[in-house]
Write a protein that binds this ligand. Structure first.
Ligand code: ZN
Length: 490
């Protein structure tokens, strides 16, 4: 038995309970990756979980993660928000002025002039931990709130003596404006071995400054980069407001603040800032005005995995991938484009741009597409049928019902789609094909497709039928269950 290969924490715990000899061997593995979680957004529970772990076990920990389930979009989630929709500090100020005698609740939560610090207990728990220098290798804050100052701020902070951290993951509230500029700055420069940065929900000018400084210091060694701004236009406003406050300048906001001020790109730049980058995932980041420079900066020709979700100007960016005749290293490509992601005129080039990219991606294994019309799925599947390494294929078609009301549209079953499905390599297929159409199509095939996972999204047409029926039955057999061979298709 090789203990290091046991992934399940439950199995490790059971092994610990067998005998003291096994316990001594297994304990370091059990505490190597610690996940501190709570079933709902409760910093008190996180603090209690942290304090419940006996200090003698911390010496084994290399990876630490704070995690709370996030079912909703990361907006207005932070603990700074009160239930009424006000920020907690605003709410407590109201309470203070409206009813100065009623101070039972206020006493507990108000610290330093009516400002609530919801992180007090968690910060206290964090401060009581003393990891030896440079013990941790990865840190994750997947809570969807602002980041407590006790984590990153200063050499006395929780991570202040952990310069060997290689991977940082942060999920923050995209909308919280409770923090004043300059507070709780996330210092990523201190992590000299950083290889992976994943930050979703950047919401302050200081967050963009943290990323800018990190890229300037570590951009050349970053292998995996994920940045999600949630909404490009909102991010632009936040950055511009913070920039004007910080600099007190009336200078014009740059056309693309992210590329020009965060990445610090200049016109005609051809530098690969991320010369080691292999995995790139960008959400709601615009490529407008600097698509060529950004394609060089991200070293797209060398990426193994590329995900772009609702990034304005994505097609222009993809058309600028350097080395037009050279094969790409891409094994995984995901493109999700809403209508806002398309430049005027880009509609004409959706099929052509994606086909030429796939043509160059000779090692492509995974392809996930969500594309607005008009797109020529027959031409696309014809190109795909020549990709012999394809293992996973998901295709969704967005149809605009007017007023940018987008729904899933049907994807026609074509000869080439059949060839892809029959390929032995394919293990997963997902689509917004009408279930009945696909069931008939699959049943008519010889040889039968061998993919193990079929995932169908309810297309707009099916939804319409359900909505229009007098008594919609969402579990309707006729709509949802089709037999394929001996097993259910859905
Ligand atoms: Zn907050």
């Amino acid at each position: 038995m090789i203990i290091g290969q046991i992934a399940s924490r439950r199995d490790l715990k059971r092994l610990c309970e067998v005998c003291t000899c096994l316990r001594d061997m297994v304990t370091p593995h059990l505490y190597r990756s610690l996940v501190l979680s709570a079933p709902e957004l409760s910093l008190e529970n996180l603090a209690a979980n942290l304090e419940a772990i006996r200090p003698k076990y911390w010496i084994y920990t290399r990876d630490i993660s704070f995690r709370i389930p996030i079912h909703e979009r990361v907006e207005s989630r932070c603990v700074h928000h009160s239930g009424s929709g006000h920020f907690a500090d605003e709410a407590s100020q109201d309470e203070f002025t409206d009813s100065p005698t009623n101070d039972e609740d206020a006493d507990e939560s108000m610290i330093s002039g009516c400002i609530v610090n919801p992180f007090v207990n968690l910060s206290h728990a964090l401060n009581s931990l003393n990891f030896p220098d440079n013990q941790l290798l990865s840190f994750r804050w997947e809570v969807g709130t602002c980041i407590p100052g006790a984590l990153f701020c200063g050499s006395d902070s929780f991570l202040g003596n952990q310069q060997h951290i290689q991977s940082i993951t942060l999920i923050t509230d995209g909308e919280c404006r409770a923090n004043e500029p300059g507070q709780n700055v996330v210092d990523l420069v201190q992590f000299k071995e950083l290889r992976s940065l994943d930050w979703r929900g950047l919401n302050r000018y200081d967050d963009f400054e943290s990323v800018r400084k990190c890229i300037r210091s570590h951009g050349h060694q970053i292998q995996s980069l994920t940045l999600d701004l949630l909404n490009w236009f909102r991010a632009e406003e936040i950055w511009a407001e913070g920039f004007h406050q910080q600099t007190l300048q009336r200078t014009r906001t740059p056309a693309n603040f992210f590329s020009q001020r965060v990445l610090d790109l200049h016109p005609q730049d051809q530098n690969a800032i991320f010369s080691s980058l292999e995995n790139l995932h960008l959400s709601a980041i615009s490529f407008y005005y600097t698509s060529t420079e950004m394609a060089h900066a991200f070293n797209v020709g060398h990426l193994k995995s590329l995900k772009l979700r609702n990034c304005p100007g994505s097609l222009g960016f993809l058309r600028m991938v350097p080395g037009s005749s050279k094969p790409l290293n891409l094994k995984s490509l995901e493109l999700a484009l809403d209508i806002n992601s398309l430049q005027r005129g880009a509609y004409l080039h959706i099929t052509e741009t994606i086909c030429s990219l796939i043509h160059r991606a000779t090692s492509l294994e995974d392809l996930y597409l969500m594309l607005p019309e008009p797109i020529d799925w027959a031409a696309l599947t014809k190109m795909l049928s020549s990709r012999r390494h394809l293992k996973r294929l998901v295709m969704h078609h967005l149809v605009d019902r007017g007023g940018q009301h987008l729904i899933d549209g049907n994807i026609p079953c074509s000869f080439h789609l059949g060839r892809i499905l029959q390929d032995k390599q394919l293990v997963c297929f997902g689509s917004s094909v009408l279930p009945g159409d696909l069931a008939c199509y699959l049943q008519s095939m010889h040889p039968k497709p061998s993919c193990k996972l079929v995932h169908l999204r309810t297309s707009g047409a099916v939804l319409d039928r359900l909505m229009n029926s007098a008594r919609p039955n969402w579990a309707s057999t006729s709509l949802y269950t089709y037999k394929y061979g001996d097993s259910k298709l859905i």
